[in-house]
Design a protein around this ligand. Structure first.
Ligand SMILES: Cc1cc2nc3c(=O)[nH]c(=O)nc-3n(C[C@H](O)[C@H](O)[C@H](O)COP(=O)(O)OP(=O)(O)OC[C@H]3O[C@@H](n4cnc5c(N)ncnc54)[C@H](O)[C@@H]3O)c2cc1C
Length: 487
């Protein structure tokens, strides 16, 4: 316990991304005095560098069927009570956003990530519309709405560059405050009613990743402020963890210019993915965009290596000239700082795309047997011409029947699994209270967002931001209504 507090509030929110903003707004609206701490210079976190989509259940019963099936397939730990609260609360998110900004409008951009599952038709994904352009425009629209409600409408104080370091507990283990760092000094902040952890995940914490996620190296596309602090702070006060192996993971490249990776959507016309030996290993079109790690995390027990990490995106000069090799660049922290050139020439000049006049030369640069790579490309060109992908028993979609790989120079991108975000962390209950390993709530401690998310190994697109909004509000409501127990 701290004898003297430097600051105090009813509710202290740690981490100012989507979940932190939703929690702060809701706690404030219960009448509580709220203070938000943010470790980096600006709020927004992963939320602001994302696509900004959120899942909406159109029919609660069917949506629950679908989500339940996702867990049955992934065999991740499922909490039925949490899932049904998530569905119930998510159904109210658009109305809640409208209550913050009455003229807000939404547009849909798709539905279930796994349409083959029962109940899938009940899932829709939405974004906040607006005039902004670019890959993160919808995320900016959402963040503008949330941050305006926090900072301008409610004037909730947000302390940037103030990383929380540990939680302070009272005599019976209840959370009563936070120790944070501010301008090189430690400060103590009393939380009279509760602390809400919304620090995001451990995307930039290699130690936690190594201990929980299979596959290596794994990089991250998101916000470098997400370093697993919330996991450690919660552990220290006795939280139980779950879903630590759950990640939402795409493909990307890692370049020295940026701490974050750059997103690459592989598998357009004229592109194939090959493993480190030069063989195709997957139906490129069948990788759900959040399940990239599951496509490459095979460990080969004979070579004692991950033969698909890195893997390589191969394409020829005709495809190089046709347009940017990835249609989703621009998302993620590095993406918003790099505009991918239309003909990929900047990226070749930067050394991000490897190039050689001949396929044999490219194979040499990639450390592959040239004959193996040539065989793979010959097979692929037959696939394109016949329209049958014999390796994966599929008919090639029309858009892929247009481009073979045969015009030199030849190109390769070194592809790694790159996290959109992690899902694990302290487990919470339906009141967003963080619980200990036996399921008993730790008094005064709440959480929301991707930290200790409901999602396991298989993820539904738009599910994380939906969870920020839903559990941010639940945490804010319950912390805001909790009696002042230590004032
Ligand atoms: C490229 C990309 C696209 C994505 N697209 C989507 C999408 O369309 N839909 C979807 O649902 N999900 C998407 N995601 C995932 C989603 O953005 C995140 O899971 C979600 O926004 C997390 O919100 P959060 O509030 O939990 O964390 P964040 O928004 O990451 O906020 C956490 C904040 O806590 C701060 N923090 C960390 N430690 C401390 C500390 N010790 N003290 C104080 N502050 C701290 C961080 O700096 C950060 O600002 C995407 C992610 C990426 C990277």
């Amino acid at each position: 316990m701290t004898a003297k507090w430097d600051m105090s509030a009813d509710v202290v929110v740690i981490g100012y991304g989507g979940a932190g903003a939703a929690a702060a707004i809701t706690a404030h609206d219960t009448g509580a005095e709220v203070l938000v701490l943010e470790s980096t210079a600006h709020g927004g976190g992963n939320t602001l560098v994302s696509f900004g989509g959120f899942m909406h259940p159109e029919d609660s019963v069917q949506a629950l069927r679908y989500l339940t099936a996702l867990f049955d397939y992934s065999r991740s730990e499922r909490d039925d009570r949490l899932l049904s609260i998530f569905v119930e609360e998510s159904a109210k998110s658009m109305d809640w956003l409208k209550s913050l900004q009455p003229d807000v409008s939404f547009q849909t951009y798709g539905g279930a990530s796994y349409p083959q599952l029962a109940g899938a038709s009940a899932i829709r994904k939405y974004v906040v519309s607006g005039a902004r352009k670019g890959a993160t425009a919808f995320a900016q629209n959402l963040w503008q709405l949330l941050s305006h409600a926090v900072e301008h409408e409610r004037k909730i104080p947000v302390l940037p560059l103030t990383p929380a370091q540990r939680l302070v507990t009272g005599s019976t283990g209840e959370v009563i405050g936070v120790i944070a760092q501010s301008r090189g000094q430690e400060i103590s902040i009393q939380a009279r009613q509760g602390v809400i952890l919304t620090t995001g995940g451990y995307e930039f914490d290699q130690s936690t990743l190594l201990n929980s996620v299979k596959g290596n190296p794994v990089y991250s596309l998101g916000h470098p402020g997400n370093r697993g602090d919330g996991v450690r702070m919660a552990q220290k006060v006795g939280a139980g963890l779950w879903h630590m192996n759950g990640v939402s993971c795409a493909f990307g490249i890692k370049v020295p210019e940026f701490e974050s990776a750059l997103l690459i959507a592989a598998g357009a016309a004229g592109q194939i993915l090959v493993d480190r030996s030069g063989k195709r290993f997957v139906n490129e079109g069948a990788i759900e965009r959040h399940a990239g790690l599951l496509a490459v995390d095979l460990f080969d027990i004979q070579s004692l290596s991950y033969p698909r990490i890195p893997c390589y995106l191969i394409f020829d000069e005709a495809t190089r000239k046709r347009g940017p090799v990835s249609r989703t660049t621009g998302l993620g922290s590095a993406g918003i700082r790099h505009a991918w050139s239309r003909d990929n020439s900047t990226e070749i000049k930067n050394g991000w795309i490897l190039k050689d006049e001949t396929l044999a030369g490219l194979a040499r640069k990639l450390g592959m047997d040239a004959k193996v790579l040539q065989h793979t490309i010959d097979l692929w060109n037959t696939t394109v011409r016949t329209g049958m992908d014999a390796l994966y028993g599929r008919e090639l979609p029309d858009d892929l029947r247009t481009a073979t790989i045969e015009t030199g120079p030849f190109h390769a991108l070194e592809i790694y699994p790159c996290l959109l975000n992690t899902q694990g962390g302290p487990k919470r209950n339906e009141w967003a209270e963080v619980t200990d390993p036996f399921g008993v709530p730790i008094p005064g401690l709440y959480s929301a967002g991707e930290l200790g998310s409901i999602w396991g190994l298989i993820y539904q697109g738009g599910g994380n931001i939906a969870e920020c909004l839903a559990f941010g509000r639940i945490a804010g409501r319950n912390a805001g209504n909790r009696p002042d127990t230590n004032g």
